[in-house]
Write a protein that binds this ligand. Structure first.
Ligand code: DGT
Ligand code: CA
Ligand code: CA
Ligand code: ZN
Length: 579
């Protein structure tokens, strides 16, 4: 699991910070930072490399780092790091957790203001005492305050991309090692919210004690918070809290319904029950007078008894799903199996990890009918964006590849930068040679709303542009969406036949469910893509699909749910249409 890689990367970053505060030589500090970045971007599991004695194959990992990483992976601790930490007051180390507060500034705040923990830091920032320190200023102060608030939020909520694999591992292990009849995850994770507070697991079986014992003994349990035959709470890596509830088989359906939530959805269901003289709780649906159970122990029967069709978890937010379920008008939500190809992927021609051939092969192996290769365009220097000449080289490779891969089809595409004035990175003559054109904002993100909106609308009006990628530009828990009149973007996308992306990278999920729903209702198609920078990331498609489902998106709303011939016809029509 990639969580291990992040954990090791964080450890190395932390060591680098501490060495920097100590005033170590830059090359030593940088060696740790470089290794941290390598490990975070690694495709393989760092733990596997360790077990195979291959840690040294990671660029920048020499004997000393191999030994340290190995010690940490083997024992869960690194003596060198523990000793290093003891050289500093613990509060100073904690300050480094705030993004934007590097070792030098942390040291200054600590030395001059005596600030030694996050609460004191917050107070010092609020009281305006930080701005007067050398090299800080009012702007730094504001930035730090914002980052601090975001950090407080983040430490309590985990990304969907980390929580879902963890939950799946836990459920699989419980199914194998504990005497469970049924086991599932519930809560916000089952509803596919973009961040997860605590993780709610549910199990039923005849021996609750044995289930509890197996659960607290699982390898990813770091700490046991509480333990009983009905409920256990533990901490998993990264401080993720996991609750397991153990229920009778008869209560399974009601418990799964109850603990999936949302709370607002549950409140509405309970009202429906009460109106009929029934009682609904986590144990079941009962007749108030006779006490007789009405449900059959499965979740669907709770809904059916209340006169509703079963409601997919992603919709359970009390945003109209109950009304729709009552009249049989729920959407037929898009499914992973509906997706025919990925329209946003990168190769080693720019900042991807794998070759174009490898990406195509991996997409075909997933059962896709097509793959659009959309490397960055020239303005994006950091990603070695392609110029027109390089694109035409890619054209030749793609044409050759399509001979051998047919009927699978590689579409030569671009993720073209929208420049600050809304101009595009390629002229129409170049765009005409491409099979698929998508456009993105990667720069000038702090323009005001009016300018940003006009910039995007201008790009949407180019007849070649088929899709606007990650339309809001947010990075979950890291960067707010840029200021843009998204309703205007949706209107123009509808008028020009441009699809909007639901980007499946767990830190993007952009559009989110709310905006995907707005777009769909305005008649805009969605493109659900992974933005894969490596073959393994093609698997992120499920996060995109889950997010689209939260937006009530159906198969017919999805551009890349079209079979190849219909996709090509749609793209052709779009290019010929007025807007
Ligand atoms: P989270 O953990 O913040 O990401 O969000 P949830 O939705 O997983 O919330 P959590 O873990 O507090 O509770 C799990 C589910 O249990 C929740 O979605 C609905 C149900 N639940 C919790 N508290 C209440 C309550 O007071 N009333 C009702 N009707 N349901 C509740
Ligand atoms: Ca929860
Ligand atoms: Ca919970
Ligand atoms: Zn991209």
């Amino acid at each position: 699991m990639a969580t291990r890689n992040q954990e090791v990367a964080r450890l190395l970053e932390h060591i680098a910070d501490l060495l920097e505060i100590k005033g170590e030589q830059a090359f030593r500090v940088n060696a740790y930072r470089a290794a941290a970045r390598r490990i975070e971007g690694l495709q393989q599991d760092v733990e596997d490399l360790f077990l195979e004695h291959h840690l040294r194959t990671i660029p920048g990992v020499g004997e000393a780092l191999e030994q340290k990483i190995g010690e940490y992976l083997a024992t869960g601790q690194l003596e060198y790091y523990e000793r290093l930490k003891r050289e500093f007051p613990p509060g100073l180390v904690a300050l480094l957790a705030v993004p934007g507060l590097g070792p030098r500034k942390a040291r200054a705040i600590y030395d001059h203001l005596g600030v030694a923990n996050l609460e004191q830091l917050e107070r010092a920032l609020e009281e305006g005492r930080v701005r007067d320190l050398p090299g800080m200023g009012e702007k730094t102060e504001q930035n730090l305050l914002r980052e601090l608030h975001r950090l407080k939020q983040r430490t309590t909520r985990q990304s969907l991309g980390l929580a879902l694999p963890l939950a799946e591992d836990l459920v699989a292990l419980l199914a194998r090692q504990a005497p469970v009849e049924r086991v599932s995850y519930a809560g916000s994770l089952r509803r596919a919210r973009e961040t997860i507070g605590d993780l709610d697991l549910l199990a039923s079986g005849r021996d609750p004690e044995a289930i509890a014992e197996a659960f607290v003994g699982l390898p990813m349990v770091v700490e046991v918070l509480s333990r009983g035959p009905a409920r256990c709470s533990v901490l998993a890596p990264g401080g993720q809290q996991v609750d397991l509830r153990i229920v009778d088989r008869a209560s399974w359906g009601a418990a799964l319904q109850y603990f999936t939530g949302s709370k607002a959805h549950n409140v509405r269901l309970r009202e429906l029950a009460v109106r009929r003289g029934w009682k609904l709780n986590e144990y079941g649906l009962f007749d108030e007078q006779s006490g007789k159970r009405l449900d059959d122990g499965d979740e669907a029967s709770i809904y059916h008894c209340l006169g509703l069709s079963w409601i997919p978890p992603e919709l359970r937010e009390d945003e109209g799903e109950i009304e729709a379920a009552r009249v049989g008008a729920l959407p037929h939500l898009v499914e992973l199996a509906d997706i025919q190809g990925d329209l946003h992927t990168h190769t080693d021609w720019t900042d991807g990890a794998h070759s174009l051939e490898e990406m195509a092969e991996a997409a075909r192996a997933r059962g896709y009918a097509y793959l659009a290769v959309t490397d960055h365009s020239k303005s994006l220097g950091v990603a070695r964006g392609l110029n027109a000449a390089r694109l035409m080289e890619q054209r030749r490779l793609v044409d050759r590849l399509n001979h051998t891969l047919a009927p699978f089809r590689v579409l030569l595409g671009t993720e073209m930068d929208i420049k600050r004035d809304g101009g595009l990175d390629f002229d129409d003559a170049t765009l005409e040679r491409l099979d698929y054109v998508s456009a993105s904002i990667h720069s000038g993100m702090s323009q005001g709303e009016a300018q940003m909106t006009e910039r995007i609308l201008r790009a949407l009006r180019n007849p070649h542009v088929a899709v606007l990628n990650h339309p809001r530009g947010r990075l979950i828990q890291r960067r707010e969406a840029y200021e843009v009149d998204l309703e205007a973007v949706i209107r123009t996308a509808a008028a020009c036949g441009v699809a909007l992306e639901v980007n499946g990278q767990p830190n993007r999920l952009d559009l989110d469910g709310h905006w995907a729903r707005q777009a769909r209702e305005a008649g805009v198609r969605l493109a659900i893509n992974t933005d894969a920078h490596a073959t393994s990331q093609l698997e992120l498609m499920r996060y995109g699909v889950a997010t689209a489902r939260r937006g009530w998106v159906e198969r017919k709303d999805v551009l890349n749910a079209l079979p190849l011939d219909e996709l090509l016809a749609t793209l052709r029509r779009k290019r010929g249409a007025e807007c």
